[in-house]
Design a protein around this ligand. Sequence first.
Ligand code: TXA
Ligand code: MG
Length: 335
Amino acid sequence: MKSVIITNPISQSTLIRKALDNHGLIVFPTETVYGIGASIFDPIAIQSIFTTKGRPQDNPLIVHIAEQSQLEGLVTDVSPLAKKLMAAFWPGPLTIVLPKSLSVPSLITANLDTVAVRMPKDPLARDVIRAAGVPLCAPSANLSGKPSGTDFKSVYEDFFGKVSIFVEGGIPEFGIESTVIDLTSQIPTILRPGAISAEEIETVLGMVIVSSSQAENTPKAPGMKYQHYKPYGDVIILDGTTPKIIEFLQSIPDQEAVFMGANEVCGDLFDLPLNTFALGPKDHVEVIARALYRTLRTLDNLKVKTIYTHTFSKKGIGTALMNRLEKAASQTISL
Ligand code: TXA
Ligand code: MG
């Protein structure tokens, strides 16, 4: 398939429409991770998202909108709680699960009677949706089993010749997928942690919410049952102080392992023989989160067999960072 790279979705909207008319897919940046999108009204294109990514069919897709008015026709009810969240966090990295209207193809929602909707903040993402003239359903742009794409090179590597359009953008602001909150359960439930924290949501809603690990008898984000991705190497989380980490690393014979962590910890490991990947300052988990997937992809490409890392503060996006790291990890060693 021929792929076209564009940088300005509005002035190049003819190309976007042509691609969509031909059941094509569009890879585009958002403020979280890159997405691979199709018109929500084109079952052929939607099916090809699953095939192109190698994604299990029972893992539903998020519908992306550019304007509040596009919500009409997607959902049957927008509750007062939903309105509060939209006013506070849209456009932005919050996906809201609401009761689905009949016009949303069940292929998108894996036959659930709910639909996940998000209005991205990235201007390029919203321009793509505007140029398309329809909401776009889009999972993260990565082959199933790889980290979500957080730079153009990664998504180009995965999808060149497999999608019609690439919208070239920069490095996403957050680097980790959106927070998914289910408003169809009795108590609002976070199904996937992301940049918008539970505390921020509780402040806006004025009530205590639950996270899916605590919530019993509530449906979980189907995607969360899959291992997020399988890194080429083993990711091992070392849970302990820096002196303990140094002591542990000195005791291992594996010269080919690498260490990935906060700048300060990598600095303290300078005299050890192993290579280190410094993700950002310890107290700025948002910088570390932005670098995580890109670094893991680099390590995959280098075919590194063992990747040691450490635990990070669970403040703000730190909860999401640790969630993704724990999903990628084969084990955590308490030191
Ligand atoms: O930041 C993001 O959300 C990115 C960008 C591209 O917008 N998208 C993304 O999509 O991460 P994906 O497909 O990789 O993850 C969607 C998650 C999955 O865990 C899926 O199970 C869940 O959302 N989900 C989608 N529809 C749902 C529904 N109706 N009920 C519960 N969970 C749903
Ligand atoms: Mg994904």
